[in-house]
Design a protein around this ligand. Structure first.
Ligand code: GZL
Length: 329
């Protein structure tokens, strides 16, 4: 009898160990040192939301690039909520994906979940927006625009456009509060126009990167600021909302009130061609191919630049008219 009990006990012990090894204790598949076949790679992508034409184009481009590469892309839309992005990243960690890419909706509050990804051995790639983590070991690379430069380009255009004006009253439609593009585009613009005290920012408020937000904020600001000369909108969508508000107030956008925006999505470029927006600073959403290249390079054991800045330009009315027919987004 004693022998039977000891054999049973040994069996239970072995089963227990096996169960443990097959369960949560196995190292995540992510970031394994040996290159995997590209077709076996799985990437988790936690997108901000679908708040703007830029975001929709970015999602489409990233999904198409991974489909073309034959790499499985798990996708989530956080509806512009940080807690949803964190939940999505945690779920990708649980699933043991090979890489995680995401565009942080705001700069702060990521260290905990990024440390969880690091502990699981899953490399993280920042796509589009940055985080303010001091620990740069928490992500492999930040692929996206230089938002300060974009703000400066908008400011340089404004200085030239209003060279002969004695005073310029500016309304700024800010992007999502705490988002890297909102913070940096404001900083770049202020750095340039701040050199000339004829520029006065009479109001600056967030429209959350949405057309509805731009409309709502501009309606209110038009009531409280009768003599606005310039609207600086952190993206086309808020600029398009501002156009609706300006027209509803019986004024002519692009003439009575000049408008400069950032992105250069199709609807914004059409408004530029129509003279309702006066200048657009491009911010390219087409990051998919570069993101696939980063994943492939890492999978092959290569290294990638910690900061990859996307190429982009600016558009005047004439340039928009010329570019529109071939515009991808
Ligand atoms: C910029 C991107 C911004 C766009 C907006 O890279 O994060 O978010 O400018 C979008 O249109 O909502």
């Amino acid at each position: 009898m004693k022998k039977l009990i000891s054999i049973a006990a040994a069996g239970i012990l072995l089963l227990g160990l096996a169960g443990c090894a097959a369960g949560g204790d196995t190292p995540a598949a992510g970031g394994s040192s040996e290159p995997k076949a590209v077709g076996d790679l799985v990437v988790g992508f936690a997108q901000v939301g679908a708040e703007s034409g830029w975001r929709t184009a970015n999602t489409k481009d990233v999904q198409a690039a991974f489909a073309d590469a034959g790499i499985e892309l798990k996708f989530s839309d956080a509806q512009q909520k940080q807690e949803n992005q964190i939940k999505a990243i945690r779920s990708y960690i649980q699933q043991g994906v090979d890489y995680i890419a995401f565009s942080p909706v705001v700069e702060t509050g990521w260290d905990a979940v990024l440390n969880e990804a690091k502990a699981a051995g899953i490399p993280v790639i920042l796509t589009d927006r940055a985080v303010d983590s001091k620990d740069t070991s928490l992500y492999v690379s930040f692929l996206g625009s230089d938002f300060i430069e974009e703000g400066k380009k908008a400011g340089e255009w404004a200085v030239e456009e209003f060279a002969d004006a004695d005073s310029v009253k500016v309304v700024q439609l800010e992007g999502t509060t705490g988002a890297a593009p909102a913070i940096d585009r404001a900083e770049g613009f202020a750095e340039v126009v701040g050199k000339d005290d004829k520029f006065e920012t009479v109001a600056s408020q967030t429209g959350d990167f949405t057309r509805a937000g731009g409309l709502q904020v501009m309606e209110a600001l038009l009531k409280s600021n009768p003599d606005i000369d310039l609207v600086y909108a952190h993206n086309d969508d808020m600029g398009l909302g501002a156009i609706e508000a300006i027209e509803a107030a019986g004024l002519v956008p692009g003439v009575d009130i000049k408008i400069v925006t950032v992105d250069a999505v199709k609807d914004g470029m059409q408004a530029l061609a129509d003279g309702k927006i006066n200048f657009i600073v491009e911010c390219s959403p087409l990051l998919g191919a570069q993101l696939v290249d980063i994943v492939k390079t890492l999978n092959d054991g290569g290294t990638v630049e910690p900061r990859i800045v996307t190429e982009e330009t600016t558009f005047t009315k004439e340039q928009a008219i010329e570019a529109l027919p071939d515009r991808q987004y």
